[in-house]
Ligand binder design. Structure first.
Ligand code: SME
Length: 151
């Protein structure tokens, strides 16, 4: 399935006011994990209140211990402070990395902005080495823009 075909499906899920925002975010995680073969773990982290840490809101994939991640720690924590996409083709080459599962080979984290503020992120783990391209970045930026509209 192409990213262009997925975009309206993402919008439909996010605009479904009959269910909670968290359930809609979970629906997006499920859609992406089901339709993109190399998206093996898909989750949304958000800033935890006033704390300098991220909290896992919802995800699809293997259970993780890393439901709270301090700013600066791991790929996610680095994106919380850099405000920039972080594409990791090979997680083994990263010093500041929090391993969730030994099967994970690559990761992409894209920050989510609301009114110009970095309030969270979408995080994807892949069991395929080096699978992410600029197209994934553009698509995930689109997803986050659509999410920001309902927050
Ligand atoms: N690998 C991430 C931690 C979160 S898990 O991928 C679910 C990191 O280094 O921040």
């Amino acid at each position: 399935m192409s990213f262009e075909k997925l975009k309206p499906e993402v919008v439909t899920i996010l605009q479904n006011e009959a269910i909670t925002v968290t359930d809609r975010l979970h629906g997006v995680c499920q859609l992406l994990s089901d339709t993109i073969s190399y998206y093996d773990w898909v989750g949304f982290y958000f800033k935890n209140g006033d704390k300098e840490e991220l909290k896992l809101r919802t995800y699809v994939g293997e259970e993780t211990d890393h439901t709270i991640i301090p700013f600066g720690k791991g790929i996610c924590g680095q994106v919380a402070v850099s405000n920039e996409n972080f594409v990791v083709p090979d997680v083994k080459a990263q010093d500041n990395y929090i391993a969730c599962s030994i099967t994970v080979k690559a990761e992409i984290v894209v920050p989510l902005f609301k009114d110009g503020e970095n309030i969270g992120q979408i995080d994807i783990d892949s069991n395929t080495p080096d699978p992410f391209t600029a197209e994934d970045e553009r698509f995930l930026e689109f997803v986050n823009l659509e999410v920001a509209k309902i927050l």
